[in-house]
Design a binder for this molecule. Structure first.
Ligand SMILES: [Zn+2]
Length: 100
């Protein structure tokens, strides 16, 4: 049974921590689209920093990895449950680079 979108959203938000805002949309092909934005950082044109990735669990993982790196880089003093998986996130990043 596939978890509902809002249940996935809550789970992702809990993992990403208090600085993150998580949204899950569906794209034109009914694929899940994960978007994690930072409530503290502003990127260009005064839009919040955000990352988005499409596709079920892989998209979730990729978006959460990017968010984890953002936290480490920009908010080293802040805590979030996803930081517990930093080592795994770095390993996945490494594997993705190897695959290129
Ligand atoms: Zn930030």
């Amino acid at each position: 049974m596939v978890a509902t979108r809002s249940a996935r959203e809550r789970k992702a938000a809990a993992q990403a921590g208090p600085l993150a805002r998580v949204r899950i949309d569906l794209d034109g092909e009914q694929q899940l689209l994960y978007r994690i934005s930072c409530t503290s950082c502003r990127a260009r044109k005064d839009r919040p920093w955000s990352t988005h990735r499409a596709g079920g669990d892989n998209g979730f993982m990729a978006a959460m990895d990017r968010w984890t790196f953002h936290l480490v880089e920009k908010h080293p003093g802040d805590d979030a449950p996803c930081l517990a998986f930093l080592g795994e996130a770095q390993q996945r990043l490494h594997e993705r680079r190897e695959a290129d």
